[in-house]
Ligand binder design. Structure first.
Ligand code: ZN
Length: 251
């Protein structure tokens, strides 16, 4: 009988160790990419959040809500499924978790999402403007204007706000006929940017690139309010450099 109890105990502790370690890789990954945000100057205080998904497990790790960056650790990350149910973690998950969940659920080829209120990208979101493609820095990453989704309706805001934010992004891509694997960034009108990618690192990279493009576009308009958009020949050249059969882009 005693042997039986011992075996049972060992069995349960093995399960607990398995469950704990099962998510360690995405907790570690989410921790590392979240720590990139303050280093890149993309966040103030606790603003911003990045998540890291494991598609085979159907979950993602996201930053806990309201914890300063210097107090974060991999263990503090919260594990959530694509319906935004918390699966593992002691802290409250980021308030933007439902937006991340909706995007993961609908866009099957992304495994990282970043959200910041970085100053220049957010300024364009507040102005409710697409960021015009003015130069080749922009064209190296996107060959169209960076889309700005419409501000959300009163019904959406009163309802399941964070979930609806995700829906608003997906609807914007449908209406504008955009491919989420081609354009990995969006501004949400009145709010701020969201970026994503095949990896959490790419999502953060895209946040930094977007901020840079947003800054340059603002300066361009200040210097010349009538600055023309990038010539079609250059847009085509940069598109082909990235996607054509003879693509060679990668500085
Ligand atoms: Zn936000």
């Amino acid at each position: 009988m005693r042997d039986h109890t011992l075996v049972q105990q060992q069995f349960y502790s093995a399960i607990i160790i398995y469950i704990m370690s099962k998510y360690d890789h995405i907790k570690q990954s989410a921790y590392e990419v979240n720590m990139q945000l303050p280093k890149l100057g993309l966040v103030l205080f606790t603003f911003g959040n990045v998540s890291a998904a494991d598609r085979s497990l159907g979950v993602f790790a996201i930053k806990p809500s309201g914890v300063p960056y210097e107090e974060l650790s991999p263990e503090k990350m919260v594990i959530v499924d694509f319906d935004a149910n918390v699966v593992d973690g002691k802290l409250r998950c980021s308030s933007d978790t439902k937006t991340h969940a909706v995007l993961y659920k609908h866009w099957e080829n992304i495994s990282g999402i970043a959200h910041t209120h970085s100053v220049y990208a957010t300024a364009w979101a507040q102005a409710q403007r697409d960021i015009p493609i003015f130069g080749t820095t922009h064209a190296d990453h996107n060959t169209i204007d960076i889309p700005c989704a419409l501000p959300m309706s009163d019904e959406m805001i009163k309802g399941n706000y964070e979930y609806e934010t995700g829906r608003q992004i997906i609807n914007c891509f449908k209406e504008k006929n955009l491919d989420y694997e081609e354009v990995e960034m969006v501004l949400v009108g009145n709010h701020a940017p969201f970026t994503w990618g095949k990896t959490p690192e790419k999502a953060v990279y895209n946040s930094a690139v977007l901020e840079n493009i947003a800054h340059m576009a603002l300066l361009t308009e200040q210097i010349n309010a009538n600055a023309p958009r990038l010539k079609d020949a250059l847009i085509k050249k940069h598109y082909e450099r990235k996607h054509g059969k003879n693509s060679y882009y990668g500085q």
